[in-house]
Write a protein that binds this ligand. Structure first.
Ligand SMILES: [Zn+2]
Length: 244
């Protein structure tokens, strides 16, 4: 599986990225090993699936005559994560309010658990930490107040296939959380409730805040909200090549 986009086959003949066209009556093309580009009536999407989740994100809105539209989606194979796990993660970030901190939610022993890897913290960032196996979501704090945004450093780091989050305003008052699903360097922001069960209490979900211009563009394409799917359901269809 490639660790970032644009991976060439390196002479091995292995095709990491597949390419599909979403005709009204059929999905045509060849699946890749890592992820697939799908040209649909409403844009270019990237999708992938693995043991922990399946996801599709809109990469570029585009009106393509003659093709059927698609919607972004996220399916956590083992279901949404209990809100108590979120609460614990949030409190770990709050307890380190002056320093940026990283926590991971992993799937281990058939439950979601929190991992706090060794990390060298500073106010400006986390210098180094170990990525945890089977990470479903990782969340780090930005010590500032106000709405958090994924930084260029975050974009450089967050090139796996999982959910990423950033939390700010952990020093006092009501924190903010922003979540996105990532597919090897392509991202789409999602509401907190697409990942966690229960209610988000005393925290602003940036998804609910007034839209940025970029966000509004994505929102215009996808219509209402992110496609909601049944917990753990396998909903991604396979092309004519069959399952990878
Ligand atoms: Zn960051």
């Amino acid at each position: 599986v490639p660790s970032h986009r644009g991976v060439a086959d390196g002479g091995t003949g292995v095709r990491y990225a597949g390419h599909l066209i979403n005709h009204p009556d059929r999905l045509e093309g060849t699946r890749g090993i890592g992820y697939d580009y799908v040209l649909a009536g409403n844009g270019v999407f990237v999708e992938s699936e693995g043991p922990l989740m399946a996801a599709r994100v809109l990469v570029e809105p585009l009106d393509v005559q003659g093709l059927a539209p698609l919607e972004p989606k996220l399916v956590l194979r083992h279901g949404k994560i209990h809100g108590s796990v979120w609460e614990l993660a949030l409190n770990l970030l709050i307890s380190s309010s002056r320093l940026e901190r990283y926590v991971a939610i992993v799937r281990q022993d058939d439950v979601y658990r929190i991992k706090v890897p060794d990390q060298e913290q500073s106010a400006g960032g986390i210098k180094e930490y170990d990525r945890q196996p089977n990470t479903v979501v990782d969340i780090h704090s930005h010590p500032g107040s106000g709405e958090p945004h994924f930084s260029m450093t975050d974009d450089g780091d967050e090139i796996g296939f999982q959910v990423y989050g950033v939390v700010s305003n952990v020093g006092a008052g009501k924190p903010f959380v922003r979540l996105r699903v990532g597919i090897y360097g392509y991202w789409q922001e999602i509401p907190w409730s697409d990942v966690f069960k229960g209610a988000l209490v005393d925290v602003h979900d940036c998804w609910e805040l007034p839209l940025t211009a970029e966000h509004a563009l994505v929102e215009a394409v996808r219509g209402s909200s992110f496609q909601h799917t049944v917990d753990g359901a396998v909903v991604m269809e396979h092309g004519p090549e069959g399952p990878r």
